[in-house]
Design a protein around this ligand. Sequence first.
Ligand SMILES: Cc1ncc(COP(=O)(O)O)c(C=O)c1O
Length: 409
Amino acid sequence: MFVEKTDPQIARLIKKETKRHQETLNLIASENYPSKAVREALSSIFVAKYAEGRPYKRYYGGQEFIDKLEVLVEERVRKVFKLNPKKWTVNVQPYSGSPANYAVLRGLLKTGDKILSLPLSHGGHLTHGAPVSLSGQDFKVVNYFLNKEGFLDYGEIEKLAKKEKPKLIICGFSAYPRKIDFKKFSQIAKKVGAYLLTDTSHITGLIIGKVHPTPFPWADVVMTTTHKTLRGPRGAIIICKKELEEKIFKKVFPGLQGGPHEHTICAIGVALKEAMSAQFKKYASQIIKNAKILAEELEKYGFNLISGGTDNHLLLVDLTNKNITGKEAQILLEKAGIVTNKNTIPYDPRPAFDPSGIRLGTPAVTTRGMKEKEMKKIAFWINEVISNPKSIPKIKQEVKKLCKKFPIP
Ligand SMILES: Cc1ncc(COP(=O)(O)O)c(C=O)c1O
């Protein structure tokens, strides 16, 4: 590394973070390991360029290759989702998922308009109208909730939509372990004359891999981050119906952003090409196989899962019957080299900073090549750590040994 010579202090932190990843199991559902090719593109010379504006409509000179790049990446987005360019338009410039969601809301709504969404405490995202987020401060937010079993209840959502008449409905979540019926959401939105924003950030890799239903043609706008199951760099994409382009894209730039991060856009392009491969399809279906077996094994050890299992890449574990909080479990597991995040469960009686659950995801370990056999081991270790914390030092060594066999790409 060049940085070793120029900046040993930062180089040491990079090395330590690399080692931490190499020696631990990353079960954080929103994280993943992009390929070397994606990381190389991310550090390319495209980092040097200012390119405010849209392709072929820029403010500065020197855009010959930037324009070609951005148009190519937009085309790849349409190709990977098989979108008709007459109907759908793409913007790959948003810095990340949060500003992208905000740009969509500010583009389609007036401040004070009503949105209908799932709250953070039930698995929605902060930017879907949480009170602490600008999305919750600029708009009137009404929430739908999961039922007591932990599933979306489309009948209840429809009733609420008819009563509240929101201008926009959001679906697509951060901690929902089941499939989403985008068609049903679209029918509800149509009945009340609302826009439908589907935030597929978590599941875009699964959608492309054809192991989760697609939001097309049901959504008016699809927003996705690019760094979760899609396995690209940190960034976001907005895809919307042609007639909404003017309203939304103007909020991305100049409404919210300056120069787009073209090096990120370059790396998104590389990730999209990878996502079109047969190998990616295998990876996507393995993510789900791994999540399902992890769920089954944990249930054998007496863990309660919200909704009783999973259809996607994540599980939400209710730890109430294990006499441990989410925060305590996260800390213990991390001591054993198993990295997770504490998470609220629907109707959680506990506060968000020390909730009743943990969220577990399989994308990152699947990228490392782990399969069903390894998931069984991981479930065994999770149970051991939580039921017998004295076993932590021994398990930490075993985790390290397993990690060595599955290097990060
Ligand atoms: C569903 C969903 N939308 C949006 C975001 C925000 O993305 P970012 O962290 O890139 O701003 C996340 C991130 O976790 C998410 O889970």
